[in-house]
Design a protein around this ligand. Sequence first.
Ligand code: NAD
Length: 333
Amino acid sequence: MADKLPDKLGIALVGLGTYASEQLAPALEETKHCYLAGVVTGSPDKAKKWKTKYNIPDKSSYTYEDFDEVSKNPDISIIYVVLPNSMHREFVVRAARAGKHVICEKPMALTVADCDEMIDACKKADRKLSIGYRLHFEPHNMEMIRLGKEKSFGKIKRMQADNGLTGVKGWRLDKELAGGGPLMDVGIYCVQGIRYTTGLEPVAVRANEGEKKDTKKFKEVEESLTWEMEMPDGIVAQCKTSYSEEMNLLRAEAEKGWFEISPAYEYEGIKGRTSNGKMDFPEINQQARQMDDFALAIIENRPTPVPGEMGRQDVKILNAIYEAMRTGNRIPL
Ligand code: NAD
């Protein structure tokens, strides 16, 4: 890179909704290698509030329309896209074309073709792309990865991953904006958990849509879904997701014991145990670690551990699960 990088990189958040306001902005007050430098929003009211609260200069506040002007702003090195799922593609591509590194929230996009376009745009612009996979920086989830990798309890035989929540409203129930229901939103964490604990990729999937109890609310998307991922070495992973049931588990059963975390995917309060006893790790700010790691990846010019390609693989698996749900068939990957 021609220009010398500052020690602390400026991040601009695109979309100032719940996740940006309640998790990312507070986390950016704890980061060491990046800080909140700009905002992109459709709401003049929000722009005003954020500028005052976080001391953001007028020149670093953009609308969705004039966002491309960010190319001329040297204070902003990273664009973090925190919009409804179907909007990720457009804003990641525009951010890359503006010459910025990008973090994109999960799910990366609705289709593999969109993911390819996003990856290509970042490659062409020689910018890094990462997905907001905060759990790769969370100690209990990292322990699951370690136990799986080191085969501490022998080879994994079976896995279970459940993630569900209630009280969802707005764009998450709109197929065009969300791409699907709980599978796109929270079931993706199960797919991730199985992939990072086993270190393996699914060979095929089968799925069953749950019964819709609220047909009006869930007119466009599934209310719940169970699916199975066939992994190599005969490992079977059973998963559940729902918008009408609270669930939060990642569990591995191995030859000589078991290990699990529950809750597994929350922002805080993650707890773990194994057949040998407790799994005890300190509470950390996941989003702060995730954003700091990306800033360091840029500063040190090394790959991010949660790249666009990882997001693309999840989108491919999610789409296969939907195909399995629709057809009733086993869908090979
Ligand atoms: P939200 O509804 O609270 O915020 C979405 C923002 O997008 C709002 O500010 C809204 O004004 C803006 N927006 C722009 N155009 C819109 C449109 N056409 N329709 C609706 N909103 C529009 O949503 P959120 O919970 O902040 O989620 C945003 C993204 O972040 C999603 O992709 C979601 O999956 C992801 N997310 C990730 C995590 C995580 O733990 N990594 C947690 C929550 C959300």
